[in-house]
Design a protein. Structure first.
Length: 449
């Protein structure tokens, strides 16, 4: 009996996933537990294992395609089985109408014929179903994909169809022609008698006013395709800076007490069964307690409303191989120091492994980002809207202060607070930093509160 392979739902907030790689191809034998394909949400990556044995009869979506959750992406069964009942009900449909192919264009009295008669007439836009990967390949080679013969499911054009079109003789789109016609660079014909042919149009034009340099086997540049998470981060950062009024305040505190306290914890860690409580854990703990008295910074700015939270759901910025992630430690203000350290480390590990539940990447009310381990003395954190504040933690520098008439050296740790000036003014933000400094410099007293 044929078995459908369904795109899983990873978290209640996830509506679509992107297939990144197929580890099996159509016709392959599959055993229970075999990895069929890899996929990702906007933040995490996963692998889907086979839950039935048999032959991979059909694959409905290719790598790089975005697929709605709970959609059938493939079918496993016995060779010859009917799989029509598992065909996806929707396909990726081209929404925009491609420009009509030019019938003829004059260049130096030479007609250009971009459409060989052997390949027939193009289909209309209403007939076209094309995968994103096939569309990108057609765009790369400036092909008019209306001439491609679809071989994908339900008459969809897929990558191999574009490759076949390329091998048969690419069609030059009208947009590609316009680029050449608008250029001031002369065209050199390679046809009979020096005539300009379609292949001449496909040759890249030399840049104007350039002087050849020494040849090298190393290319001038390399185009690197952005992964999905990088696109998400770019969009989020641009939205943050363009939609909020961000201002950053910088200060530092005497880290003598928290350094000494951490050494005590480290010495008793195994004996007491404690987590490896770090300086960052101590700062998160102090920040969560301090925020309760500064509501404007433990809030979401929602156009004409400031949503103030009664508990602190702390976002913790994590550097991973795939990019920046910000998991949320919920109810951070109610956790003991050891519980806070445990929950934070679990979230960080899940992010770095790419297995974080997408639901844990939202719901934060304030964020902490630490670049102190990289030697950063001061920086400007970027808000995570709709949050109104984010705290940057910097490295430790030794400074001098006057104590009982004498100058003494002390370890100073920097703090950089970015806040949304639409939600609060500079003075309330400065008062939060002042109270946070007091709590960090008197950490043992804070623990008793």
């Amino acid at each position: 009996m044929a078995t459908p392979i369904i795109m899983p739902r990873q978290g209640q907030s996830v509506e679509t996933c992107i297939i990144t790689e197929w580890h099996k191809k159509k016709g392959d034998s599959v055993e229970i537990g075999d990895v069929l394909f890899s996929y990702e949400t906007d933040k995490a990556s996963f692998e889907e294992e086979a839950k039935a044995a048999g032959t991979l009869l059909e694959i409905f979506y290719e790598a790089d395609e975005e697929v709605p959750v709970l959609t059938t992406v493939a079918v496993i069964g016995e060779v010859g089985e009917d799989i029509s009942e598992f065909l996806p009900s929707t396909t990726v449909t081209e929404e925009t109408t491609p420009p009509p192919a030019a019938e003829s264009t004059e260049i130096a009295d030479t007609p250009i014929e971009p459409t060989p008669a052997s390949q027939g007439q193009p289909r209309t836009s209403s007939e076209i179903r094309i995968s994103p990967r096939a569309r990108n390949l057609a765009k790369k080679h400036k092909l008019d994909y209306r001439y491609a013969t679809p071989t994908g499911p339900e008459g969809r054009i897929i990558e191999r169809d574009i490759q076949s079109l390329l091998e048969a003789g690419p069609k030059v789109t009208s947009a590609a022609m316009a680029d050449y016609f608008a250029s001031d660079q002369p065209l050199t014909g390679t046809g009979l008698g020096g005539r300009i042919t379609t292949s001449d149009l496909r040759q890249p034009l030399p840049p104007a006013n350039t002087v050849p340099t020494q040849t090298s086997s190393v290319p001038d540049y390399v185009d690197v395709k952005l992964p999905n998470i990088r696109k998400v981060i770019a969009k989020a950062m641009h939205h943050s800076l363009s939609s909020t009024a961000q201002l950053t305040l910088n200060t530092s505190f005497d880290a003598t007490e928290i350094l000494a306290y951490r050494q005590k914890l480290k010495a008793k860690q195994n004996e007491l069964g404690l987590e490896n409580i770090t300086l960052n854990d101590l700062i998160i703990y102090a920040t969560a307690r301090t925020l309760l008295k500064h509501n404007e910074l433990n809030a979401h700015y929602l156009d004409d409303t400031l949503r103030v939270f009664n508990n602190v759901h702390m976002g913790v910025a994590v550097d991973t191989e795939r990019g920046l992630m910000v998991p949320t430690v919920f109810y951070a203000d109610l956790l003991s120091l050891n519980q806070l350290a445990e929950n934070t480390k679990r979230a960080i590990a899940a992010c770095q492994a790419g297995s974080i539940n997408p639901d844990e990447l939202q719901g934060g009310t304030f964020t902490i980002t630490n670049l102190g381990t990289l030697g950063i003395e001061s920086f400007t954190p970027v808000l995570n809207p709709p949050q109104t504040g984010i705290l940057g933690v910097c490295n430790i520098e030794y400074k001098i202060k006057l104590v009982d008439g004498e100058y003494v050296h002390y370890p100073a740790m920097g703090l950089s607070l970015t806040f949304d000036h639409r939600a609060l003014d500079g003075a309330p933000a400065a008062r939060f930093l002042k109270d946070l400094v007091t709590n960090l410099e008197n950490f043992s007293v804070l623990l008793a509160m």
